[in-house]
Design a protein around this ligand. Structure first.
Ligand code: PFF
Length: 455
């Protein structure tokens, strides 16, 4: 079933388009995953490879997703169905919808943790929270508290999505994204002014190419996909709300620039702070922001505790806002699908997505505690969701998008979308097609094989 253009939402301004898409891209992946990867993979050298991946793979794939969404002005499933009727390509539409729903289930659990740490830091006062491993583990293992925090963040996301594209997503992105950028700027200044922060800056700015292995290159590619929200149906769905005069290539460049700047700035916030505290235990993964940083905040500002308190609250606020705008974008593909495909009212579609994610997300949360014994292939439920979505659905989806837009869509359609029907001059169209047809598919196959341990 199709929905008339007038019944669909539309982003009302170019700024709204950029901020909403950047809101999707900027998330836990930037503030939490990126610094961890940088820490594990040799600092500046990883950052350089990451930027190359964003330019050579991320950008063309983002424009490709925008192309599918804006050309059809439909939810992801109907977009592929319309572009390639009666063919198996529609599976990519279903994959996009399913992947976004699937990711929302466990992403919202971590978003709940950020709210808990914001509240805990605020309540702890200048003394700071005891951010050690036992505190983190007992919180995540508890059966009720993390679920309550997850539900609270999800409720905010629900309210935004239920209000629709312009009044909900666009308006909140216009408010939250500038706030997020302001918080980042304040935190960078704070972090740079700590004594001993130079060591962290050196780590981030002096590339050590001896750390570069094929593994590092491939994890930089994986990180760039996750961070730019590629292959999850989000960008395609958002682009279906773009106006016809939006410039796809320019929007993609703006979004990728904001996303990469935020990721690098997060490194600039975290590493100078961590390096300024010599004897702090640095842990990888979730431990970096939920275990290491609370200690850093307390110790680095031991002489001015209220500043440490402020730093901690601002940091978790940043993490929460980033998670929230990304959650909105992961919620929308399934909501748009239910709303347009089955003609459910937005209110009902939103409710179904929220409730189903809360139900499955609760199981993911419980997998840190009472359900920790429940394992599939040695992975807990949470780890399984992360593994399947980030390591399987994501590269598979990216590959299909590159092949579909690069090879299956008529070149004229791709050109019309890139140039707004020939009204824009684009000197990079040939390069874009080359990257999409050849470089992206080959690189994705390499990532995929590497992540499954086949290389
Ligand atoms: N790109 C966001 C991040 O870096 O955290 C997260 C994200 C958004 C993940 C959308 C998945 C997604 F579908």
């Amino acid at each position: 079933m199709t929905v008339k253009a007038s019944e669909r939402g539309t982003f009302s301004s170019k700024m709204g388009i950029i901020l909403a898409s950047a809101g999707s891209a900027v998330g836990l992946g930037n503030v939490w995953r990126f610094p961890t990867e940088v820490g594990n993979s040799g600092g500046a050298a990883f950052i350089l490879i990451y930027i190359a991946c964003v330019v050579l793979l991320g950008l063309p794939l983002m424009v490709a997703e925008f192309t599918v969404g804006r050309h059809t002005h439909a939810n992801t499933v109907d977009a592929y169905r319309r572009l390639a009727p009666g063919t198996p390509w529609v599976a990519q539409g279903y994959l996009g919808v399913f992947t976004s729903w699937f990711i929302l289930c466990y992403y919202s659990v971590v978003a709940g943790w950020t709210l808990k740490y914001l509240v805990a830091s605020a309540l702890a006062g200048p003394a700071g929270i005891s951010g050690n491993t036992a505190y983190f583990e007992s919180f995540t293992a508890s059966p009720v508290e993390p679920i309550a925090y997850m539900v609270a963040v999800m409720a905010v996301c629900h309210v935004v999505i239920a209000r629709g594209v312009e009044k909900g997503i666009e308006r909140s992105s216009k408010l939250l994204m500038p706030l997020l950028l302001l918080i980042i700027a304040m935190l960078v200044v704070c972090s740079f002014s700590m004594p001993g922060s130079e060591a962290g800056l050196r780590f981030l700015l002096q590339p050590d190419f001896s750390c570069l292995t094929s593994d590092v290159v491939l994890s930089a590619m994986g990180q760039s996909f996750f961070s730019l929200s590629i292959a999850m149906g989000c960008l395609c769905t958002y682009a279906s709300y773009f106006r016809d005069d939006a410039r796809l290539m320019r929007t993609a460049v703006s979004v990728a620039s904001i996303d990469t700047t935020v990721a690098v700035m997060s490194g600039f916030i975290i590493f100078p702070a961590v390096f300024s505290v010599a004897d702090v235990e640095v842990s990888a993964g979730p431990g970096l922001v939920f275990i290491t940083l609370p200690n850093v905040f307390r110790m680095a500002f031991a002489s001015v505790p209220w500043l440490g308190w402020l730093f901690a609250m601002l940091f978790y606020m940043l993490l929460l806002l980033a998670a929230l705008t990304s959650m909105m974008s992961i919620h929308e593909p399934t909501t748009a699908f239910l709303l347009e495909h089955f003609r459910w009212p937005r209110r009902v579609a939103t409710r179904v997505v929220t409730l189903s994610c809360v139900a499955v997300g609760s199981l993911c949360s419980l997998s840190f505690g009472v359900l920790s014994g429940l394992r599939v292939g040695g992975l807990t439920l949470f780890e399984l969701f992360d593994f399947i979505s980030a390591k399987i659905f994501l590269p598979v989806g990216g590959l299909i998008i590159a092949l579909f837009v690069g090879w299956r869509l008529p070149r004229r359609v791709v050109w019309e979308q890139a140039t707004n029907g020939g009204t824009l001059r684009t000197r990079t169209f040939g390069l874009y097609m080359l990257l999409l047809r050849w470089v992206a598919p080959i690189a994705i196959v390499l990532i995929f094989c590497n992540e499954l341990g086949l290389l």
